[in-house]
Design a binder for this molecule. Structure first.
Ligand SMILES: *Cc1c(COP(=O)(O)O)cnc(C)c1O
Length: 458
């Protein structure tokens, strides 16, 4: 039994290795989004549920074949949809090991390795971003859960100052808590706010300037406990709020400033772009994604909270079987979940291998490709709707209907993939360059395809 099991591992992993290499070696030539016919392949997975075991090698082969046809080529260099990022070779490797080790990151007792890689990564991230050494952190599924974790901490902390214990007393009779956001807030923050019982429609929404930055003079005077959500890296324009000015204006014992820095936080690592995030360290918490610009596999986000004790107090939930480990990090004390993937491992791997300059290089490379795309599209006569300050480009191909038609053509063409958005009342195509793998040649080919598609639409 033991012997055959070992054999199984070897055969399965060997096949997976070959399939993965085949996939990766074809990345540059693949359609970036499967066409209708390729998507038909998905049906091959819909087998009758088997009464008895099937041959694993056969089933893995089927999965591979379907994957070759139907996956979105986001690990390549020409996927510019949403804000996504790819996967560094070394983090695919670390994630294979992480899956092999099957570590549960809940406790130090369930995995010292998971707990310790979180601890080191957290220290490194604090250093990279210029945050206090003892900054608290939670390793969660993404920026949405990172916002949820941070804002839960903010809510509990501010209400505790009012003598109200949310964990015990709930929210029904609680003192008032104001929430201020910008009109351009990423909707995932509104989701977090609504999940936390703070109401997505009882907040103050502050208008923004032409780039999507909160208008500082429209922020009301702070009266009573207030959470204010800012952003570093708008999903459309890539703009950053004016942290210095805003934090200076709202700062009090009664305010908690949270920054959605899902991808913008990484700008701090580059000498060239860190000025955009100037003053961001003055906030109380930050949500950051690792599966976007750090290019680690899904899913991976980090909540960073200056007041580590407030985070711990909001998230830890004692139970007799959850043994304390004095002096050791217990991940669940900082996060909404218990059992979880050891996300610290891939983050550790990325940071350990890239170092500061390696990360800066990814950021700067993406931004220079974004700038190139904006320049070339503008030369070809199309309007760029944002100041391209980072890795995001918004382009209009004419009126709304024409822009949508061109986006559709580009998506059908398959050379690259870009999505649409509405920016300041106008339809636009979004180009988000977030993959470490994007080369100048990828960008040249993509822009060429965009212009060719636009010419097909009258
Ligand atoms: C992607 C993104 C989010 C949501 O992050 P997830 O990792 O998808 O949960 C939030 N805010 C911004 C600015 C983003 O770009």
């Amino acid at each position: 039994m033991c012997h055959s099991m070992k054999n199984d591992h070897k055969n399965m992993l060997h096949d997976a290795y070959e399939y993965a290499l085949e996939y990766l070696s074809n990345l540059a030539d693949r359609r970036v989004y499967p066409d209708e016919q390729m998507l038909e392949e998905l049906k091959r997975l819909d087998l009758p549920l088997s009464e008895s075991p099937n041959d694993s090698a056969e089933i893995l082969k089927l999965l591979h074949e379907v994957g070759l046809k139907t996956t979105v080529t986001s690990p390549g260099g020409r996927y510019f949809g949403f804000v996504m990022g790819a996967t560094l070779p070394q983090t695919i490797a670390s994630s294979w090991l992480t899956s092999t080790w099957d570590q549960n990151a809940a406790l130090f007792d369930t995995s010292p390795l998971a707990a310790y890689t979180e601890e080191i990564s957290l220290r490194w991230l604090a250093e990279l971003f210029g945050l206090p050494k003892n900054c608290g952190g939670a390793f969660v599924t993404g920026a949405t859960l990172a916002a949820f974790t941070s804002l839960a901490t903010a809510r509990n902390h501010l209400l505790k100052q009012q003598g109200w214990d949310v964990q015990k007393q709930g929210l029904f009779e609680a003192p008032n808590l104001n929430v201020i956001v910008s009109e351009e807030i990423h909707i995932t923050n509104l989701k977090a706010i609504s999940l936390l019982g703070l109401g997505s429609e009882r907040l103050a929404k502050i208008p923004t300037d032409s780039q999507g930055r909160m208008l500082v003079n429209k922020i009301p005077d702070i009266t009573g406990p207030t959470i204010i959500c800012l952003q570093a890296g708008d999903l459309n324009s890539g703009c950053f709020d004016k942290f210095d000015e805003i934090i200076d204006k709202v700062s009090s014992d009664n305010t908690w400033v949270h920054v959605d820095a899902a991808f913008g936080m990484w700008a701090l690592v580059s000498e060239k772009f860190k000025h955009l995030a100037h003053g961001i360290q003055g906030a109380d918490s930050w949500s950051v994604d690792a599966h976007k610009w750090l290019n680690v596999p899904y899913d991976s986000g980090i909540a960073l909270v200056k007041n580590s004790e407030a985070l711990r107090s909001a998230m830890s939930f004692g139970a007799s079987y959850l043994t304390p480990a004095p002096g050791k990090r217990r991940p669940t004390d900082y996060s909404p979940g218990l059992s979880s993937r050891a996300r610290g491992i891939d983050i550790w791997m990325a940071l350990a291998t890239l170092g500061k300059s390696g990360i800066a290089e990814i950021i700067e490379n993406c931004c220079s490709n974004a700038e190139y795309a904006a320049t070339e599209l503008s030369k070809a006569g199309f309007e760029i709707l944002n100041d391209v300050v980072l890795n995001q480009v918004l382009v209009s191909f004419g009126d709304d209907a024409r822009t949508d038609e061109v986006i559709k053509k580009i998506q059908q063409d398959g050379t690259c993939w870009c999505g649409g958005t509405t920016w300041k009342g106008r339809r636009a195509m979004r180009i988000s360059v977030s993959s470490w793998a994007t080369t100048k040649e990828d960008m040249r080919l993509s822009v060429e395809a965009m212009i060719a598609c636009a010419k097909l639409v009258s």
